[in-house]
Ligand binder design. Structure first.
Ligand SMILES: [Zn+2]
Length: 202
């Protein structure tokens, strides 16, 4: 008696059978047993379970500002790249260095577009490259500010104290650059602190 009971305990139970779900005929609606290949009423080939496409993943919950960011920087980068390309193509002298710069710009643009697409889909891998893009954009502006010649001592250009139009343009430029640096800095801060947003899918 006890011997038998021990046996039933030591035997590992069989894995539970998968429930055989009936296959509904797509034409006549007949509910067919799962082993049937054709509908038992209308003889239509029945869809096999593995014929059905994989389930559509849940829609990504994408914050609106991500969409805005992706659109803005996508257009910005494509626009800058095409402006640079048309500028160097229009240059009178087209040196091998220009060609290399052009190819480099193309590759970087492609990479940036891929990263932006990755961020748009909230891919976790895209977060750090997105930060890199913003660091590069800041570095480009800073490099431009450092290398571009400053106007000869502002204020002395015109004796009456009003700024010359050149100096005014220069100041507007500086304001724009500072705004641009702050904007990119804000995005860097956002990407650095929103790691979780890029994992919300799983
Ligand atoms: Zn049928």
């Amino acid at each position: 008696m006890s011997d038998r009971r021990d046996k039933t305990v030591t035997h590992s139970p069989l894995p539970p059978l998968q429930p055989l779900t009936p296959i509904e005929c797509p034409r006549c609606g007949e509910s067919n047993p799962s082993w049937r290949a054709k509908c038992q009423r209308c003889d239509l080939w029945l869809p096999r379970p593995d014929d059905s496409p994989p389930p559509i993943p849940d829609r990504i919950k994408r914050p609106g500002y991500i969409t805005g960011w992706a659109l803005f920087f996508g257009f910005y980068i494509l626009l800058s790249a095409s402006l640079f390309a048309s500028d160097s193509a229009a240059a009178a002298t087209f040196s091998p260095v220009d060609l290399l710069l052009l190819i480099g710009t193309g590759v970087l643009t492609l990479a940036a577009v891929l990263v932006i697409a990755g961020v748009w889909r909230l891919e976790p891998w895209a977060r750090v490259p997105a930060i890199v893009i913003h660091v590069v954009l800041i570095a480009l502006v800073v490099a431009n500010m450092v290398t571009s010649p400053l106007p000869d001592t502002p204020g002395t250009a015109s004796g009456d104290g009003t700024l010359s139009s050149d100096a005014f343009a220069q100041q507007a430029d500086v304001c724009g650059n500072v705004f641009w640096i702050l904007l990119n800095g804000a995005f860097i801060a956002w990407f650095a602190t929103h790691k979780d947003t890029f994992r919300s899918r799983r």
